[in-house]
Design a protein around this ligand. Structure first.
Ligand SMILES: [Zn+2]
Length: 288
């Protein structure tokens, strides 16, 4: 499932062919994905210019000159690709539209943007630009982890008094938006915190110390995506999926990467999801 860095990588790949460009034509090949598409979606997208392509949490937001904003969510398996555009030195011919190519945007200038989603957990919606923050998918989101408003004092206040494990607290989108299972595991490893540590048991310094680690982990993943983005452009035009070098995620039974540690990476299941952690660097809390 794409997490925040993958969505940001997609945004950066799409921005050059969308921002400032007119959507010459929109082709909608089904009634909806996870939810029905808004009425007249194709007509409301066709002939309007994209002012900016933003990201909020794992949602892409294209602000349009019509006063509306297009929301795109990749869901579990959604993929966006760009073809027919001159991207750097590479040119993509236009292959035939595929079975799962649900939405196709033909951009002024010749780029074709395709939203492909085999499992159809993705979503698209249109709303007034000035109502974006009130959209049901966005209204309850906490601060952006890479945004200026997110800081140590804010996170410490949001974790204070919480009886949930720190893993669950950081996955709570009301605490901080856009963090998923993979990157929370990576953040807790760097913080030396066992994933079952009670959130409210963290000192203010520990809670504040999570903020730069969250930013570092996300920034590194976005940088890795940026480098693979160039590879994907060469290969297929597909944006945003890459193998990142994880330190604990998916490494159960492998040695810890901390020099001199020697312990193995363990795994526990919390709320149905795997938490990977070093058995030595992230000791279980001794006080409940
Ligand atoms: Zn270790």
């Amino acid at each position: 499932m794409p997490e925040l860095p993958e969505v940001e990588t997609v945004r950066r790949g799409l921005a050059p062919v969308m921002e400032g460009r007119v959507i010459a034509a929109a082709h909608i090949n089904r009634e909806g994905l996870r939810w029905p598409f808004p009425p007249d979606l194709a007509a409301r997208l066709s002939g309007v210019r994209v002012l900016a392509l933003r990201r909020r949490s794992k949602y892409l937001l294209a602000d349009l000159t019509s006063g509306e904003t297009l929301l795109i969510h990749l869901g579990m398996s959604g993929r966006l690709s760009v073809e027919g555009a001159t991207l750097g030195a590479f040119h993509h011919d236009l292959p035939a539209i595929g079975k799962h190519d649900h939405v196709v945007l033909m951009m002024e200038g010749g780029a074709r943007i395709t939203f492909n989603d085999a499992r159809r957990f993705g979503a698209m919606d249109l709303m007034a630009t000035d109502a974006v923050e009130a959209h049901p998918l966005l209204a309850h989101l906490g601060p952006e982890p890479l945004g200026n408003a997110f800081n140590g004092a804010m996170l410490a206040a949001r974790l204070s008094g919480r009886n949930t494990p720190i893993k669950a607290a950081l996955l709570d989108q009301r605490v901080v938006a856009g963090l998923g299972n993979i990157y929370v595991c990576e953040v807790l490893f760097r913080a030396g915190l066992h994933p079952a540590t009670r959130a409210g048991a963290l000192s203010a310094a520990q809670a504040e110390g999570l903020v730069p680690l969250i930013r570092m982990v996300l920034d590194e993943a976005i940088a890795a995506g940026g480098s693979s983005l160039r590879d994907y452009r060469q290969a297929s035009g597909e944006l945003g999926y890459f193998q990142h070098a994880f330190r604990v995620y998916g490494r159960e039974g492998s040695p810890c990467v901390t020099p001199g540690c020697g312990a193995l990476v363990g795994r526990i299941v919390q709320s149905g999801r795997s938490s990977f952690y070093c058995l030595a660097c992230q000791p279980a809390a001794t006080t409940p």
